[in-house]
Design a binder for this molecule. Structure first.
Ligand SMILES: *Cc1c(COP(=O)(O)O)cnc(C)c1O
Length: 428
């Protein structure tokens, strides 16, 4: 008998974030349409987390497919040093004016982590080029900025980084701002301000850290304070960008303009990987010189891949259509309603929403093993329902593609209420 995709996978593939010894067999996916993915047995799976937060318009969107095919008939790739092409230039022309702050130059890379690496290198070398010694970076505790070494360094030290902690560079970490700690945080910034090159942060919500939402006005105070101390501001909008938080970009909800923005995920429409780092002319100009040593020596083989750029342009077209905004508003309103219902549940705490994201914690006992039991329970429960929800510890969240229908949203909400009922029977 012919082996399934899932069986063949297990002979040759090593999956991300996966303990291969104990993980259940992966589901073989053959096709996608709208918010649904279809497996090799013909079942549909409802993509309630946008395939790791990247897919905003649905799977295999016909408009994106058409634009991809057009570009594929023209040019697949070319070196991006000394050469350029229409999709890269057009994407920069269209994207820069709609970004928060005065973003004037755009640097291409391959994914979110590399976009973060580029922003960190820009900020450190900015000061180096100006002859000022500023080697420190500032980040939030519990942050997530990616899995490469630089990005890990500015992320939370956790079980994910433990084996590498000795190799990560020193970063100063700040608590998230709250009304009660803001003065202390300003003092924390002052204590390291003199040699701090940049502050990197996920605006309004920490994604991988557990969909932790925090106050825009308090963030603004921190950012203003950093600015007054000449600390560059890197807004990591890799998850929040392209409409996730209610505005096109999360930084639209604060008054302080970032010096640099990192983008990926939603930028790609969920089709081909790409990362972008944008900056102001102040940053860019610090690299202009007759001295070669002031060059930004960074690049990747697939920098500004024309296919990725064409797709990002197509995704941007769809994003700017009024229907997309209407869909986001519809999802946000439905989420807020669901949150009210959810908040009554005994086994649930910290129900919160921001734009098209709703998140909450399932109340567990203290013991770690309990949480392990819980995440196993959650995963198998939702796998059985064929609703793709992937808990972060005991945090559950919905972060759907904007094309998700009301009926599909209801299916996700119902699966969560059913899970809570089953959970109550099992442990309540
Ligand atoms: C996902 C994510 C990254 C890393 O992006 P990858 O493409 O997975 O490397 C960085 N920052 C934030 C805020 C993210 O959510």
């Amino acid at each position: 008998m012919q082996k399934t995709l899932s069986e063949r996978d297990q002979a040759v593939i090593w999956h991300p974030y996966t303990q291969m010894q104990t993980a259940p067999a992966p589901v073989g996916i053959v096709r996608g349409e709208g918010a649904l993915l279809y497996d090799e047995a013909g079942n549909s799976h409802l993509d309630a987390t946008s395939s790791w937060w990247v897919n905003i318009h649905g799977h295999a969107h016909p408009y994106i497919t058409e634009k991809l095919a057009q570009q594929a008939a023209q040019l697949h790739h070319c070196i991006f040093a000394g050469y350029t092409h229409e999709p890269a230039v057009q994407l920069a022309e269209k994207l820069l004016p709609i970004l928060p702050g005065q973003q004037q130059k755009l640097f291409y890379s391959d994914n979110g982590s590399t976009a973060v690496e580029v922003a960190m290198k820009m900020s450190i070398q900015y000061w180096h080029n100006k002859g000022e010694k500023r080697n420190r970076l500032l980040a939030f505790r519990n942050a997530y900025h990616g899995d490469t070494f630089g990005a890990m360094s500015v992320s939370a030290r956790s079980v994910f980084t433990r084996a590498f902690d000795d190799y990560l560079f020193t970063v100063s970490f700040l608590d998230l701002p709250e009304p009660g700690n803001i003065d202390r945080l300003l003092a924390d910034i002052d204590a390291v301000a003199r040699d701090t090159a940049a502050f990197i942060f996920e605006p309004l919500i920490q994604g991988a850290g557990g969909m932790v939402m925090y106050d825009a006005a308090l963030l603004d105070r921190l950012l203003q304070h950093c600015r007054s101390r000449n600390i560059l501001l890197i807004a990591d909008e890799i998850m929040t960008g392209f409409g996730r938080t209610g505005t096109n970009f999360a930084m639209e909800q604060v008054t302080t303009a970032p010096d640099m923005i990192t983008l990926s995920k939603g930028l790609t429409g969920g089709t081909i990987a790409m990362g972008i780092t944008t900056c102001t002319n102040d940053i860019y100009n610090a690299f202009l010189s007759s001295d070669k040593m002031k060059t930004l020596f960074h690049g990747h083989s697939f920098t500004a891949n024309p296919l990725s750029c064409a797709i990002a342009l197509a995704s941007l077209d769809l994003f700017l259509r009024p229907e997309c905004r209407e869909n986001r508003e519809r999802i946000a309103a439905r989420h807020r309603q669901f949150a009210i219902e959810l908040a009554y549940h005994d086994d649930v705490k910290n129900v919160r929403t921001l734009g098209t994201i709703v998140a909450f914690e399932v109340i567990t006992g203290e013991a770690d093993s309990y949480i392990n039991d819980l995440s196993g329970f959650l995963r198998s429960f939702f796998a059985e329902k064929r609703v793709m929800l992937r808990p972060l510890g005991n945090t559950l969240y919905i972060l759907p593609p904007y094309c998700i229908t009301d009926a599909q949203l209801d299916e996700v909400y119902t699966s969560i209420m059913d899970m809570l009922a089953a959970y109550g029977e099992k442990w309540g």
